[in-house]
Design a protein around this ligand. Structure first.
Ligand SMILES: Nc1ncnc2c1ncn2[C@@H]1O[C@H](COP(=O)(O)OP(=O)(O)OP(=O)(O)O)[C@@H](O)[C@H]1O
Length: 238
């Protein structure tokens, strides 16, 4: 019996050949008179182990870029490839599974689950995938330590400051060693020292684990840590 094409695609994803590729991406949001071209013929290739920063003014399309790259929004046209698999060709269910396994998101709002402790937030994705073992627990504790939250591992989100919530979100995103890490303005709620540490941790994980990382930001200081910097203007990447 031959393997169905979709299984094949997900399997090649899991092989972790790495990298993120956006080809000829256009995204139109809204319709009629209110339609906005949020992304205008965008192409971007990020190799495994590469850290790319995207800077640009508010409303230029940076969040839209991350949403399309991570399969949260379907582009109006164009294709997204992650670790050699075409994300845009997967069914909704397959895309959700691919996202959980291979893509890490760090949003401006940390999107933590209110009822779970910091440690539980990190373990949940592995629990869902049936991959929760001793090594996963050790990695969770290492990451919680790396973001300076060891003393908060048993705390729930309402017991944390905004900066602590963001760091918990970062540790959670790194937990599965994703092929692709998508980071939206990680530094806004962090003080400067914490912010530099968070960016340093992202850069380290990118290079050590071969993650393809895209970070969108207003913060020009982040550009120094990035391997390449792009500018986004009116939905176009230059
Ligand atoms: N749901 C929507 N419907 C219509 N237009 C939208 C929608 N969401 C965003 N837009 C528009 O798309 C454009 C790109 O928005 P996006 O959020 O990607 O920009 P951004 O660069 O991330 O901005 P910021 O830095 O302020 O977060 C903006 O003009 C925005 O107003």
């Amino acid at each position: 019996m031959t393997t169905p094409a979709t299984d094949h695609r997900v399997a090649s994803d899991a092989a972790g050949s790495g990298g993120l590729r956006l080809l000829d991406i256009t995204l139109t949001l809204g319709d009629g008179d209110t339609a906005v071209t949020a992304l205008d013929d965008v192409g971007l290739t990020v190799a495994a182990g590469e850290f790319v920063a995207v800077v640009g003014p508010s409303g230029s399309g940076k969040s839209s870029l991350l949403a399309v790259a991570g399969g949260l929004l379907k582009p109006t046209s164009g294709t997204v490839h992650i670790a050699g698999a075409e994300l845009t060709a997967l069914s909704d269910k397959e895309r959700t599974a691919a996202r959980r396994r291979h893509i890490g998101f760090v949003f401006q709002q940390s999107n933590l689950l209110a009822s779970l402790t910091v440690r539980e937030q990190l373990l949940l994705p592995l629990h869902i995938d049936g991959r929760l073992d001793a090594a996963a627990r050790t990695r969770a504790d290492e990451l919680i330590d790396a973001v300076g939250l060891s003393h908060r591992a048993g705390s729930r989100p309402h017991q944390l400051s905004g900066g602590e919530r963001q760091r918990a979100g970062l540790a959670r995103a790194l937990m599965t060693s994703p092929a692709v890490l998508l980071v939206d303005e990680p530094t806004s709620a962090l003080d400067r020292v914490r912010s530099a540490e968070a960016v340093q941790l992202i850069a380290e994980q990118t290079h050590e684990r071969g993650t393809a990382t895209v970070m969108v930001t207003h913060d020009t200081a982040i550009m120094d840590a990035a391997d390449r910097v792009y500018e986004m203007v009116d939905g176009r990447l230059t």
